[in-house]
Structure formats: C-alpha cells, structure tokens
Write a new protein. Structure first.
Length: 178
C-alpha cells in the first residue's frame, strides 16, 4: 500500500511539474506572439531601411577607402553593396527575420501585460499620432545632433581638445609633434 501511494505521489509531482514547465513555455510563446503584434503595428520600414543601409554601407566604405588596392574603386564597390543590401532588405524572408528580431527584443524586455498596454496605447489617437510623428522627431533630432557636432569648432571645444592632446603628449602616449 505504501509503495502504491508513493508511486502515485511521484506521478503527481512529475505531472504537476510538467504542467508548470509547459506554462512557462506558453507564457514565453504568448509574449513573443504579442510582441510580434506590436512590431507589426509599429514597424517603420523606411526607418529600419535607413539604419540597415547605413550600418551595412559604413563598414564597407571604410574598408574599401582605407585599402590602397580598392580605394579608387570604392565608389563602385559601395554602390554594388548598396544594391545587394537593397535587394536583401526587400526580400520577404529578411523582413520576417527583422520583425522577429524586434519581437524577440520586445518579449525579452517587457512583460505580457506591458506589451498589451503598449499595444492598447498605440491603438489610441495619441498612440497613432506618436507612430506617425516619431520618425519625424528622430530624423529632426539626428539633424540637430549633426548641427551640434558641427558646432564643436567652438573655442570651448578647441580648448578641451588641445588640453587632452597636450596631456597625452606629456604622458608619452602621443609624440610631441605629429
């Protein structure tokens, strides 16, 4: 009798444990599915494209322009890379992979409730306006960052740079003249 009840108890523990482990997988899957809905609502293909091209071309441009053998062909080579990146980006499988990347990130960073709250927000008038205006705000922000960086030729910036370089020269990190 004890053996039978012990066996029953072990079976029940294994059964309950399997329910708990399955519910964890279900929660993760549900969160990912919800995150994917959020991505579908918020995916800005043009903004993602700009980043995709920028981060794809920048290293290639640097590589080809810094290599004496390819420097005179760098414009052509970068053009070819851009064409390939365009085709790759516009491929449906690439689009799906990109959306899955974002959905994975959202599902890792937000709870299911938070994801649902975000989706609910984006369904409101303010949320819809946010989706429309956010790319404009980001673009204008980048333009103003460039203006700010270009303004670094101010005397304050020049003085800070001079002090840092002099310290590096004094510490022997940089030669006295270069």
């Amino acid at each position: 009798m004890i053996k039978r009840s012990s066996c029953f108890l072990v079976i029940m523990i294994v059964f309950v444990s399997s329910l708990n482990s399955n519910s964890g997988a279900t929660e993760k899957e549900t969160r990912f599915t919800t995150a994917l809905k959020l991505v579908e609502m918020t995916f800005n293909k043009e903004a993602v494209y700009q980043q995709f091209i920028y981060f794809g071309i920048l290293p290639a441009k640097e590589r080809y322009e810094s290599n004496p053998k390819t420097k005179k062909y760098s414009e052509i080579l970068v053009g070819v890379i851009k064409e390939v990146l365009d085709a790759y980006f516009n491929d449906l499988e690439t689009q799906k992979q990109l959306k899955n990347v974002y959905a994975t990130l959202y599902s890792e960073e937000f709870t299911l409730k938070e994801l649902n709250d975000i989706i609910a927000f984006y369904k409101t008038d303010t949320g819809k306006k946010t989706l429309l205006k956010l790319p404009i705000v980001i673009q204008k922000g980048r333009q103003r960052e460039v203006e700010l960086v270009n303004g670094l030729s101010s005397s304050k910036y020049e003085q800070l740079l001079k002090e840092k370089l002099e310290k590096l020269q004094k510490d022997g990190v940089l030669p006295n003249e270069f």
